[in-house]
Design a protein around this ligand. Structure first.
Ligand SMILES: Cc1cc2nc3c(=O)[nH]c(=O)nc-3n(C[C@H](O)[C@H](O)[C@H](O)COP(=O)(O)OP(=O)(O)OC[C@H]3O[C@@H](n4cnc5c(N)ncnc54)[C@H](O)[C@@H]3O)c2cc1C
Length: 452
């Protein structure tokens, strides 16, 4: 038995040998190349300073992108975060860059009209493309790659539904894809689990830790003030002024942005009642020989399946190991207890990895919404963007700029995701007790579709 320290809980647990490599830790793989900034690196000013032009709650992707644009336009910007800067989902995600949306273009067209559906999908595309344009323009070294994505169908019925939806989307908005028949799956992934699939060639991947570290650097260069370990407990507002109440004192500003996503605390009650936090889990294998990677995922794309509760696979940017995510929504505050089950799931998909050991496992909060749509808007004079449902790298980058545009009153501030209705349900207060049940329902639903 090995004794392993969980970085997230500080607890020491006895763990199965054969599962964990000697360097195992519960910590995002990305933090090795992009450790969380210390208070010194944050250049943290001594006090909150009482006033700012803009206060931003949340120092993830959304908050920092907004901060960069606002500070460059001459605003005095203070970013406050309850954790260390980047300790939210920004440096915990899987680094897939895509046009992920749970609602199809046809579903949206029926619900809110074809014109709105097309606007949503075009904006998603702009958000996805915007990441590459942004990192190139800013010179952020974060391994952006247009690797393409393979979507693997879990059954013949899933395959038919996948191709039908991709074809509808191509006809509506022109997004390209190619069909992969069942007998060609091994050219993409060494797995017998799938019944065909599709490749979307223009989707990408990124090192999320280095991306966020780049945002921190750009924000500091632009003069943004960063306040980690500063919890916002309330926002009071009058017509022209808001007071952000924090664990380290108050700070007043004419403009406030809330960019708290899956970490939105119940103190921010109106938003907490609309965002459903649920946990995502990721493991990283030990170092693997290049021949193994060549064999199991020769094209080194990003991979996910067609279930509502997806499994997802990619290589580390240097192709040295495989990262795998799944069991989303499980009610475990840490990833280590799920590491064995996650590895079993990975090996069921890729049997060549039998016996592989793990170097990292981690968890982070994703943000769902009751209408499965991301939202940007303004409530009581406070601007917000959240509920990204697994598409936070493109949407965080895109909405960060949109939020800045709102405050600067730029012509490009509108968004198709800014809709009047941001639904909640009675008695929901931000506690996601029902998420494991919902995930079981999705599994049942996926199995029913699979049976045709
Ligand atoms: C395991 C996992 C895998 C994912 N994979 C992908 C992927 O492959 N591709 C993709 O595009 N997206 C993915 N996502 C989603 C993506 O990471 C998020 O949508 C994105 O990071 C959201 O960025 P953000 O800046 O809005 O929020 P975050 O990065 O979560 O930052 C929010 C911040 O708000 C702070 N905060 C909350 N409440 C308060 C308060 N009261 N006071 C002060 N601060 C507060 C938190 O401390 C936190 O740091 C994944 C998420 C997870 C968890």
């Amino acid at each position: 038995m090995l004794h392993i320290m969980s970085q997230d809980t500080g607890k020491i647990g006895a763990l199965q040998t054969g599962l964990f490599a000697n360097d195992y830790r519960e910590e995002p793989y990305w933090w090795s190349a992009a450790p969380l900034p210390s208070a010194d690196e944050n250049n943290e000013p001594a006090g909150l300073g009482g006033r700012a032009d803009v206060v931003i709650v949340g120092g993830g992707i959304t908050g920092l992108v907004a901060a960069i644009y606002l500070a460059r336009a001459g605003c005095d910007v203070a970013v406050v975060d309850a954790q260390r800067i980047g300790e939210g989902a920004a440096r915990r995600n899987a680094g897939f860059v895509g046009r992920t949306l749970k609602r199809s273009v046809e579903w949206l067209a029926q619900k809110s009209g074809r014109e709105h559906a097309l606007k949503v999908y075009r904006e998603l595309d702009a958000a996805m493309r915007g990441v590459q344009a942004f990192v190139e323009r800013e010179g952020i070294e974060c391994h952006y790659q247009t690797c393409g994505r393979f979507i693997a169908a879990n059954s013949t019925a899933h395959f038919r539904a996948l191709i039908a939806e991709l074809e509808q989307t191509r006809q509506a908005v022109g997004f390209d894809y190619s069909v992969v028949e069942k007998h060609d799956v091994h050219a993409e992934i060494a797995s017998d689990s799938y019944h065909g699939g599709a490749v979307i060639p223009d989707l990408g991947s990124i090192h999320p830790g280095l991306y966020h570290a780049g945002l921190v650097r750009k924000a500091l260069d632009a003069g943004v003030r960063l306040y980690p370990l500063t919890n916002v407990v309330g926002i009071d507002h009058t017509a022209n002024e808001k007071t952000v109440r924090t664990s380290r004192g108050d700070i007043a500003a004419p403009h406030v942005i809330v960019a708290t996503n899956g970490y939105t605390s119940r103190d921010l009650r109106w938003l907490a009642r609309r965002v459903i936090p649920f946990r995502g889990f990721v493991i990283a294998t030990e170092l693997l020989p290049p021949e193994t990677i060549d064999k199991v995922i020769p094209r080194r794309r990003t991979y996910l399946d067609t279930r509502m509760n997806i499994d997802f696979i990619r290589t580390a940017p240097d192709s040295s190991r495989i990262l795998f995510g799944g069991m989303t929504g499980t009610a475990s505050p840490t990833a280590t207890p799920l590491a064995g089950a996650l590895r079993d799931r990975l090996v069921r998909i890729l049997p060549d990895l039998k016996g592989v050991r793990l170097s990292r496992a981690w968890t982070g909060h994703c943000a769902g919404t009751f209408d499965f749509m991301p939202h940007i808007g303004t409530k009581d004079g406070v601007h917000f963007a959240l509920g990204y449902n697994f598409a936070g790298i493109p949407l965080g980058t895109h909405f960060g700029e949109k939020l800045a545009a709102r405050i600067l009153q730029r012509g490009d501030m509108s968004s198709a995701f800014d809709v009047e209705k941001f639904p909640t349900v009675p008695f929901f207060n931000g506690s996601p007790w029902f998420v494991p049940l919902a995930m079981r329902y999705f599994d049942w639903h996926d199995d029913r579709i699979a049976k045709g």
